[in-house]
Ligand binder design. Sequence first.
Ligand SMILES: Cc1ncc(COP(=O)(O)O)c(C=O)c1O
Length: 393
Amino acid sequence: MSAENRDVTGKNIQTVLTHAGSKPAEYHGAVNVPVHRMSTIVFNSYDEFEKVPNVPYSYGRAGTPTSAAFEEAIAAIEGAHRSVATCSGLSAILTSLIAFASAGDHILVTDNCYGPGRKTCEEVLRRFGVDVEYYPPMIGGEIKTLFRPNTRLVFMEAPGSLTFEVQDIGAITAAAKEAGIKTAIDNSWGTPLCLKPLALGIDVSVMSATKYISGHSDVMLGVVSANASSWNAVKRAALMMGLCGGSEELYLGARGLRTLKPRMDHHREAALDIATWLSTHKAVKQVRHPALPSCPGHKNWKKYYQGSSGTFGIILHENRRENIARMLDGMALFSMGFSWGGFESLLFPEQPGHARSASPWTEEGFSLRIHIGLEDKDDLKADLDEGLERLAA
Ligand SMILES: Cc1ncc(COP(=O)(O)O)c(C=O)c1O
């Protein structure tokens, strides 16, 4: 893990985040790109019309100055050839899969992937003849034993949803590369502040910009970033499925980038402090924070990541429903919600077992995903401490 985080031109990531995609001279000096509400885009001449699609903008779904500003900024921090925005993180995942998988193809998806992404594989890709196989997240280079002549893509997520194992993404990528298979990763947890998938040789990085990128829990947005050899397939997949971000959401996504670094600094520092404290708490059986040795794959986090975010898991000794409900229902600062990455702290009580097949989840204790927001960490600790006390009451 290194503290240095620079883009391909050598600029510090904080500097890049402050200016990427900003073109004040084009917008009367406005430092943030304005919201361009566009569907129809009219042409000045037949000559210009005939140049489509080789014009900057032709129709709202294919791109606007607002989507271009957001995508340009994301491509800069991901170190990507280019990026394309979609309407949600889930549609960004689907774009990365559809870009490379056709009927009769085989794809490998990590067993600890985001649950609705797995459902999309089952209910959409399988229906259209793609053979989806889930692999144990900690398989590393042995993934090669699962390759078939028709394997087209390995999809990774690190750390995995709910269970937080950190995959050996370098070993998996090297094996896939050797076999000529494309690789993609869900980078929503780390963002390019913590992980640079394309620099590690991964072809495609997907993010739910709903989370840390926009950061204020009021936006649905996704983004897919690709290297040069994967870009056309990715852009075409998004276009052909009619996926695009809404104008307001793209604007908020681009604005969120300006404060991503200081927000992430707070999330990281507070989450690490709270996770370390929780690992000494008598009610807690295990803390799954990628930056702590108790997390499966911690050594992979050390090897590939430049930092951590504010989201991690814990496993409690307790698992009786009435005691868990007493804890959760009495929380003062933590709310229960299906997201993370926003300014507010959240607890998420979904149990991971039902969504695994290649590497069954055998843990008996109750599992909680914790997102540490921007509140004061001591206030959050006090809320958690009281909640954990209620488990035993
Ligand atoms: C790891 C991960 N990837 C993707 C998504 C999907 O993002 P969205 O909710 O923007 O569709 C989520 C949402 O919770 C997630 O946790």
